[in-house]
Ligand binder design. Structure first.
Ligand code: DX5
Ligand code: ZN
Length: 221
């Protein structure tokens, strides 16, 4: 099981993303938070901006769609060349159809759950997925405190993924930092979004490397 760090650029300089992405060469993916002010009470950017980012970098893009009517919009991000496209199951009418469409278009298909959404009703969907994203804050804003009450859900999801047996990544998003990453690793996460922890650090790339080293060390403890 590998460890992956995927910095969220939500708290970076959005007016100069080319430079911000260039500041984190050690990251495994680049996490882009798309928000529509409907699914979450915040607005960021959409497909045209992701298409521009795609043209400006070869780095793998990890798109986190926090948008309503996601079945309609998500395939466009796969068509734009994103390596991973995450939809919220709460916003999807047909998650199996959507996951299959994303894979058909060449992206990894990923399903996200808000803090209050249980994983168990979706256990049978795992064969359709390449990643499960568990929110560890209420989605919408960077810089919030990690919700420790999510740790049991991370553990239960890890057990379901192990029982399934495939190579499905388990991503946690929200409040991940040097203070909280060990708990996430011990609960079974392997893919870590870190926004403010990385972009508020003096040296963002050094923080990416530090978080990765810390997570790898925590795995063996
Ligand atoms: C929140 C976003 C996160 C956010 C993480 O809704 O999905 O990706 O940017 O930021 P931090 O790491 O600061 O909680
Ligand atoms: Zn996110």
């Amino acid at each position: 099981m590998g460890i992956r760090i995927t910095p969220s650029i939500l708290n970076a300089d959005l007016a100069d993303l080319r430079r911000e992405i260039a500041r984190i060469p050690s990251s495994d993916l680049i996490h882009l938070d798309v928000m529509d002010n409907r699914f979450v009470p915040n607005l960021t950017f959409g497909l045209p901006m992701v298409e521009c980012i795609r043209q400006g970098t070869q780095r793998p893009l990890d798109i986190h769609l926090m948008i309503a009517e996601v079945d309609r919009w998500a395939p466009g991000y796969a068509e734009a060349g994103a390596e991973s496209v995450t939809f919220h199951v709460e916003a999807s009418d047909a998650p199996v159809r959507l996951a299959r469409e994303l894979r058909r278009l060449g992206a990894r298909a990923s399903m996200a759950l808000r803090p209050a959404t249980p994983i168990e009703p979706y256990a049978d969907l795992l064969p359709e997925l390449d990643m499960v994203l568990l929110m560890t804050v209420e989605p919408g804003f960077g810089g919030q405190s990690f919700l420790d009450v999510m740790l049991p859900k991370i553990r239960r999801t890890r057990a379901l993924l192990d029982a399934h047996g495939g190579d499905i990544w388990l991503q946690v998003d929200g409040g991940v930092s040097e203070e909280t990453i060990d708990r996430c690793v011990h609960a079974g996460a392997d893919t870590f979004v870190a926004g403010s922890a990385v972009f508020r650090a003096d040296d963002p790339d050094a923080m990416v490397r530090a978080l990765k080293a810390q997570a790898e060390a925590a795995r063996t403890k």
